[in-house]
Design a protein around this ligand. Structure first.
Ligand SMILES: Nc1nc2c(ncn2[C@@H]2O[C@H](COP(=O)(O)OP(=O)(O)OP(=O)(O)O)[C@@H](O)[C@H]2O)c(=O)[nH]1
Ligand SMILES: [Mg+2]
Length: 467
């Protein structure tokens, strides 16, 4: 019994002792963990206070992050001690070399953000791609022999297609099409009096040459025979020259004369196009090309697009984050028929004027809401050709309101310039800059793009976002 009592007492005693200590242990442990928590919170508060006062993240912790780009740099061994950035600032710990990496990254990012995005827009054939090529020659790596060789097939095509076009037109005139007094109601003339049509007919002695050229395959490579025939037609056939005078209505490029004259060099087996050949070849752009050039220690991303009617539908795809639009106008197009309106080689229909089309495209482009505050730079291009054309063809061809039938270059350019500027809304605050240019002249392009760069930077980019 005693034993049992003692046992019960002893058990009770130990239970009391256990509960007493258990309660106290709970209290002690609660108190202990409470103090630890308070210390941790105080520590964090202290750390953020220090960060806030010094504006420098001394610590590397979960609030700080390393960007994917920086990780790649470390992986590639370009940078070796990238320290995470936190809360918008990027600083490095450790030795001064680490700090340099951080600064270089920041500088690289700042430079990246300073690229000006400039669009080259304008109607087909105004010279956009020629500017692009000239920029590549001046500020890019130029064209290697291999790259120039790519243009060979296009040069062959321009020569053969344009000669075919001239031959076909000669035949059409002979049949009575394209001359005034024609019975065909729909057919517009190219300004040849029916009494003069015999002057445009090729002599029978050119029949073999003409047939050979007409049958030449679309992507054929020039050989001795075709060179001989084209040389013969160009050098000896007067009718071909007379029709060439009407090239403005036939969508025959001005530069074709240069290629006809150089056909012996171009037809050689080891022919590699020169830089001049590359600049002068007429190649209708499809889609868009862009490249970043370093101009005046600044960077400019230039986008070249196709200007033909069906190409213009694609322009909208490159309208984001644009700092400026360079709108290229061909000064010589005031008596030209748009390529798309020279519809059928057999029965041509000449309807529109390229300068009026260019004005329409300009007006349409100005109306895009995304360009509301975007600076527009107008390039009145092909000044070299304009100076020659104005001597015999006044701009009244496009602007009958132009008072004088003058050959005054400055007066005519001023009139054309005003016609374009009139398209801008009178309430618009958007900046406009105008330049008279010659895209085939490297020095001119260099000077003009220098000015463009300076103008854009000083005009605060019209408030547009940087790329
Ligand atoms: N002489 C002379 N020819 C020029 C000048 N600018 C362009 N050209 C020629 O004009 C033709 C058309 O030029 P491109 O640069 O292809 O015209 P584009 O605006 O790119 O035409 P699309 O691509 O169809 O929109 C080419 O044969 C050029 O060599 C210039 O200032 N002077
Ligand atoms: Mg082009």
């Amino acid at each position: 019994m005693l034993h049992l009592f003692q046992m019960r007492e002893i058990t009770f005693f130990f239970l009391v002792i256990f509960f007493f200590f258990y309660e106290n242990m709970l209290f002690v442990s609660y108190a202990f963990f409470g103090v630890v928590q308070l210390c941790l919170i105080a520590g964090k508060l202290l750390k953020f206070f220090v960060l806030w006062v010094t504006k420098a993240p001394f610590y590397q912790n979960k609030y700080l992050s390393v960007t994917q780009t920086e990780k790649k740099l470390v992986k590639k061994g370009i940078a070796n001690n990238i320290v995470p950035r936190g809360m918008g600032s990027c600083t490095c710990i450790g030795d001064p070399q680490d700090e340099m990496v951080g600064e270089e990254l920041a500088e690289a990012k700042r430079k990246d953000n300073m690229i000006l995005k400039v669009l080259l827009l304008g109607a087909g054939g105004s010279g956009k791609s020629t500017f692009f090529k000239q920029l590549n020659n001046t500020y890019g790596e130029g064209y290697s022999e291999l790259q120039r060789s790519v243009y060979k097939i296009q040069i062959y095509r321009q020569i053969v297609e344009n000669m075919q076009q001239l031959i076909i037109q000669s035949e059409q005139i002979e049949k009575g099409y394209l001359v005034s007094g024609s019975d065909e109601e729909d057919v517009k003339t190219i300004g040849i009096d029916s009494k003069e049509k015999h002057l445009y007919a090729m002599d029978k002695s050119f029949a073999t040459a003409a047939n050979y050229v007409l049958k030449f395959p679309e992507f054929g490579i020039l050989d001795e025979t075709i060179v001989k025939h084209i040389n013969n037609l160009w050098n000896n056939c007067e009718a071909i020259h007379r029709i060439f005078e009407h090239r403005n209505k036939l969508a025959v490029a001005d530069s074709t004369e240069y290629f006809f004259k150089n056909i012996t060099r171009i037809g050689a087996k080891d022919y590699v196009p020169t830089t001049e050949d590359v600049l002068l070849v007429r190649y209708r752009t499809t889609g868009m090309t862009e490249k970043t050039f370093e101009i005046n220690a600044g960077r400019m991303k230039v986008v070249d697009v196709g200007g033909q009617r069906n190409e213009r539908k694609k322009w909208i795809h490159c309208f984001e984050h644009v700092n400026a639009v360079i709108f290229v106008v061909s000064l010589t197009c005031y008596d030209e028929v748009p390529f798309e309106d020279v519809t059928d080689l057999n029965v041509s229909i000449y309807e529109k004027n390229n300068m009026i089309e260019s004005l329409d495209v300009f007006e349409h482009t100005l109306r895009y809401p995304c360009f509301e505050a975007t600076p527009f730079i107008l390039f009145f291009n092909k000044f070299d050709l304009f100076q020659e054309k104005i001597k015999h063809t006044p701009i009244t061809r496009a602007f009958p309101d132009f008072q004088s039938d003058t050959d005054d270059v400055q007066l005519s350019i001023d009139y054309i310039r005003q016609k374009f500027l009139d398209k801008a809304s009178p309430t618009s605050t958007r900046p406009f800059f105008t330049h008279v240019t010659c895209a085939t002249d490297q020095e001119n392009v260099k000077r003009v793009f220098n000015d463009v760069q300076v103008c854009l930077v000083s005009s605060n980019l019209g408030g547009a976002d940087l790329v």
